[in-house]
Design a protein around this ligand. Structure first.
Ligand code: SAH
Length: 358
């Protein structure tokens, strides 16, 4: 019998599971508290459960925490990167960032990614597998445990495409937002997507008021296709319509992420097209100077060019910020730390999971 992933269960599922073990349903509350309030590391710690029940849990369920294979501390700011290794040998990365409003973690949603975005290191080896809800949760809790702190914000912007791992993502969000468990405000969670239209619309219906960020990166379809292969499947106007729908349903202001690439997407003409594309929307544009990836030859525009682009967007009435580059000294961009770790350790990443959009 496969052991159950107990940390991914909702309260109701936990009650049913305990009932299947011949236990009274009310035990679920105690167990849930051990899992999601006290964050027990093992079943043995759960001392108000009978020894007999703890043994049964060990036989039928698992509770495994990823090991921090590497922690890197920035010398420039207070950013930290963690490489977590799961029992199956896969490694993912998560990042802790300090802001004036609190501590934010950037977590991964998949091992690798199959979206193929041209400037992104996470996608170079394709997707290896999805992360479960418990594995996403463990990234957050393990960092809290290592740092002896409480995290206030989560951004799902590490490796992977969260809307390509929809069921696990929604499960993770429900568990995270439970006021009797993890107690995080869903408003303090941002999900970033490259634009999987049907799942943006589905997420709008879930009653989960998370902030949604779209990786837009271009002001028209042709330009977007050169950067994001997935946009051949989901066209720019359909994606924008889905984002508007998300806003209508949830009331959450939309974020558009826009990686600035030298000679590609920051001309005055791009600013004008972008302003027309986003006209009338309650949104915010976040400019990200592209991080160089050694396998690709994208470079950042100069600071003045990015400032000029921002100035023009503001003139057109768009709310815009330039993303602060944190932890620049401990790894350039998403996925690079994991990649270099795997290469150093003799693991070759395969290309076979890459999605075919051509
Ligand atoms: N799959 C999700 C999350 C990925 S990473 C998504 O596509 O949104 C989070 C953001 O970083 C995305 O906007 C992504 O396009 C961007 N990004 C990836 N590689 C980058 C790089 N080298 N430089 C700047 N931004 C990058």
């Amino acid at each position: 019998m496969d052991k159950k992933d107990i940390l991914s269960m909702t309260k109701a599922e936990l009650a049913d599971f305990l009932e299947s073990l011949g236990e009274k349903k009310f035990r679920a509350k105690q167990l849930y508290e051990w899992l999601h309030v006290r964050h027990a590391e093992s079943f043995d710690e759960m001392t108000n459960l009978s020894r007999d029940l703890r043994e049964k849990l060990k036989e039928t369920a698992f509770l495994t925490w990823p090991e921090a294979a590497e922690v890197l501390k920035s010398r420039i700011d207070e950013t930290r990167k963690y490489l977590f290794r799961y029992p199956d040998g896969n490694v993912i990365e998560a990042v802790l960032m300090k802001y004036s409003y609190g501590l934010s973690v950037c977590i991964s949603s998949q091992v690798g990614c199959r979206m193929g975005c041209r400037f992104c290191a996470s996608t170079i080896g394709g997707r290896i597998r999805d992360l479960t809800a418990s594995e996403m949760l463990e990234e957050v809790i393990q960092i809290e445990r290592i740092e002896q702190t409480r995290i206030s914000h989560i951004v799902i912007m590490g490796s992977g495409e969260p809307l390509d791992n929809y069921e696990n993502l929604v499960r993770f969000l429900r568990i995270m937002g439970d006021p009797e468990g993890e107690k995080l405000s869903l408003r303090d969670i941002t999900v970033s997507t490259c634009g999987i239209v049907p799942n943006i619309r589905r997420l709008a219906e879930e009653g989960l008021p998370v902030t949604l960020a779209l990786s837009l990166h271009a002001s028209d379809q042709a330009e977007r296709e050169t950067l994001l292969p997935i946009s051949k499947k989901y066209e720019i106007h359909d994606v924008i319509d889905a984002m508007k729908y998300y806003f209508e349903k949830t009331g959450r202001r939309i974020t558009y992420e826009y990686s600035c690439v030298q000679g590609v997407n920051t001309s005055p003409g791009d600013a004008k097209k972008l302003a027309v594309l986003l006209r009338g929307q309650n949104c915010h544009v976040n400019l990200i100077p592209v991080n160089p990836v050694k396998e690709r030859d994208f470079t950042q525009p100069g600071r003045r060019e990015i400032e000029a682009f921002r100035f023009l967007l503001e003139k057109y009435g768009i709310h815009v910020t330039i993303r602060r580059e944190l932890g620049r000294d401990i790894s350039a961009s998403c996925g690079q730390l994991r990649r270099s770790y795997l290469e150093e350790n003799g693991n070759v990443l395969s290309d076979r999971c890459r999605i075919k959009t051509e």
